[in-house]
Design a protein around this ligand. Structure first.
Ligand SMILES: Cc1ncc(COP(=O)(O)O)c(C=O)c1O
Length: 370
């Protein structure tokens, strides 16, 4: 079958976990496998993470948690989205941990506990400054106070999320951390200790060791890319996804030939134009055409003209690739290395956008280094 291919190097994923562990020490990691494991394939990635001893996972939706359960993955899974009462029973029965992040969650939880006789495990989410999901300090204190009157209620976790942990200026992140600490101290004074306290993301793994607590949430770093271009990069991670596209047509054109929509790319001399069967409908980043290149046999070749929905063109100069051969779109493999970090920097996109976009007709193949 022709079309884009994402080779997922599970051996590199496991090596990345080893590198992250070198950094965070013995604190357990929570593998963030939402959005189909950032485009890498949630089930295969989760299993590979289990192989290296990760036993707590996070997704965004209950459907993503179900996908892992259907694949017989039994470890606890935290669902980051705002929890819904219709999922409470399933959460209890399937060991799915839920997010307690709004004051009006509590009456719904209370009535469920009273009628069902058991509580899902909740992680209380404190908004320390992201202004997304989460309770304010006062709301969270109030929830803790009321929670003492709800028999069986399980608030086993407490967490928050950084908005600037991957920036050069960590001033605001330190303020968020201070607010979280203040809340933990208040909870402590109420006699409440949480089994799971977690705050880190990839940026915090690199920048804020004080926020490791007893569980470290990690996504982007384990996939082998950096959360931004402002973080220290002194951690030996490797790109897990090798994104490749097939050359489906090759032809010589004369100087002055316009290529693709709008004719914005015009050949300067006689050259070889190859058509790659991968387009923005497969997640290939359209803005990359302005400065972008692909790798073929260790050499970079410019993208020629606008990326189309299903294909784009490459200017191979005097190189004569053969139809049926492939180019490296990003990642690392026999054709060389081109990181999503570089593409993100040059397109004004982020590594998160680039990786999670990969889909469409992309075929995933899992490689294990053997
Ligand atoms: C709540 C939460 N925790 C952790 C992460 C993982 O972040 P990262 O991929 O930067 O490690 C995310 C990802 O966006 C998130 O939303």
């Amino acid at each position: 079958m022709m079309g884009p291919k994402a080779i997922i190097h599970l051996d590199r994923l496991r090596d990345n976990i080893r590198a992250i562990r070198q950094r965070v020490g013995k604190t357990p990691l929570m593998g963030v496998v939402k959005a189909n494991a950032y485009g890498h394939g949630a089930v295969a990635v989760t299993r590979a993470l289990q192989d290296v001893g990760i036993s707590f996972f996070a997704v965004f939706t209950i459907e993503e948690a179900r996908e892992l359960r259907a694949a017989n993955i039994q470890d606890p899974i935290l669902v980051f989205s705002h929890s819904q009462p219709e999922n409470f029973q399933e959460a209890v029965e399937s060991n799915i941990h839920l997010n307690l992040c709004a004051p009006d969650d509590l009456p719904k939880i209370q009535s469920f506990c009273a009628s069902y006789g058991a509580s899902p495990v909740f992680h209380l989410k404190l908004d320390t400054g992201m202004t997304r999901l989460g309770l304010s300090f006062e709301e969270a204190v109030d929830v803790l106070r009321q929670s003492k009157t709800i028999p069986g209620l399980r608030i086993d976790g407490c967490y928050s999320h950084y908005s600037t942990a991957d920036e050069g200026d960590l001033h605001y992140a330190h303020e968020q951390h201070r607010r979280f600490e203040e809340f933990l101290a208040r909870a402590d004074s109420m006699g409440i200790r949480f089994a799971y306290t977690h705050f880190s993301n990839s940026g915090a793994v690199l920048n804020l060791p004080e926020s490791y607590y007893n569980l470290v949430r990690v996504g982007m770093l384990m996939y082998g890319a950096f959360p931004s271009d402002e973080v220290p990069t002194d951690i030996p991670i490797q790109p897990v996804m090798e994104f490749r596209g097939p050359i489906v047509s090759v032809r010589r054109v004369s100087a002055g030939t316009p290529v693709s929509y709008g004719g914005v790319y015009v050949t300067k001399q006689e050259t070889t134009i190859g058509v790659i069967q991968t387009g923005f409908a497969d997640g290939f980043p359209r803005p990359w055409y302005e400065q972008g290149h692909v790798m073929y046999k260790g050499q970079p070749y410019r993208i020629a003209g606008r990326v189309c929905m299903d294909q784009f063109m490459v200017d191979f100069g005097d190189t004569r690739p053969l139809p049926g051969e492939e180019v490296l779109l990003f990642g690392e493999g026999a054709d060389g290395r081109l990181t999503v970090d570089e593409i993100a920097k040059k397109t004004g996109m982020t590594t998160y956008m680039l990786l999670t976009a990969i889909g469409g007709r992309t075929r995933r193949e899992f490689a294990d280094g053997n």
